[in-house]
Design a protein around this ligand. Structure first.
Ligand SMILES: Nc1ncnc2c1ncn2[C@@H]1O[C@H](COP(=O)(O)OP(=O)(O)OP(=O)(O)O)[C@@H](O)[C@H]1O
Ligand SMILES: [Mg+2]
Length: 170
């Protein structure tokens, strides 16, 4: 497997059936283009819907242990949930057997900002803003939620495929 963040320490979550791998202190690759912050943690996600729950728990533990307020933890967990759900959906529907896919979650922390990045291998563009939808529609709310909660969000191509990111400033 090619790691998008070389040089990191890798820890495998065996309890999750090898579905996830955590790394501490990312440095190269995408991190080089991100603002200089010291605390960055990355997690490779299994390409199954249940990985969203694991990502939520991982993010909540990370931020709680770093003593962030519960309000901030809750907001980040919601952002993680929407971004990861979209990424897993993008790489698994329709299933593309021709190439191996990956989804990575990265969280950067500084005293006044938390940045969430979700990297995926689906070379599909993301709408530049939350798509307009009818109130009756049951889907299409994720980006709307992200736009409402996050201070900034966006996406760009990266070495893996693309990254969709958002930041919460406080
Ligand atoms: N990581 C991604 N890769 C490719 N396309 C994406 C990605 N994230 C979002 N999109 C596109 O943006 C659209 C809108 O995303 P959004 O999260 O708002 O709605 P949804 O996922 O369709 O529904 P909901 O989040 O309400 O269940 C998606 O349907 C998809 O086409
Ligand atoms: Mg969504």
């Amino acid at each position: 497997m090619v790691l998008p963040f070389p040089g990191d320490i890798v820890v495998t979550y065996t309890a999750l059936g090898g579905a996830m791998t955590a790394m501490s202190q990312g440095s190269l690759g995408v991190a080089a283009r991100a603002p200089a912050v010291k605390d960055r943690s990355c997690l490779e996600l299994g390409l199954v819907p249940s990985a969203v729950r694991g990502a939520r728990h991982w993010a909540a533990n990370l931020l709680t242990q770093a003593n962030f307020d519960q309000e901030i933890v809750d907001a980040i967990v919601l952002l993680v949930s929407e971004l990861v759900t979209n990424a897993i959906h993008a790489v698994t529907d329709p299933p593309d057997q021709q190439r191996p896919h990956q989804v990575w979650l990265a969280i950067e922390r500084s005293p006044a900002l938390v940045r969430v990045e979700v990297h995926d291998t689906a070379c599909v563009p993301v709408p530049p803003e939350a798509p307009r939808r009818d109130d009756e529609e049951e889907s299409g709310r994720g980006l709307e939620v992200i736009a409402a909660i996050a201070s900034f969000w966006g996406w760009s191509p990266d070495s893996l495929g693309k990254v969709v990111w958002c930041e919460l400033a406080f």
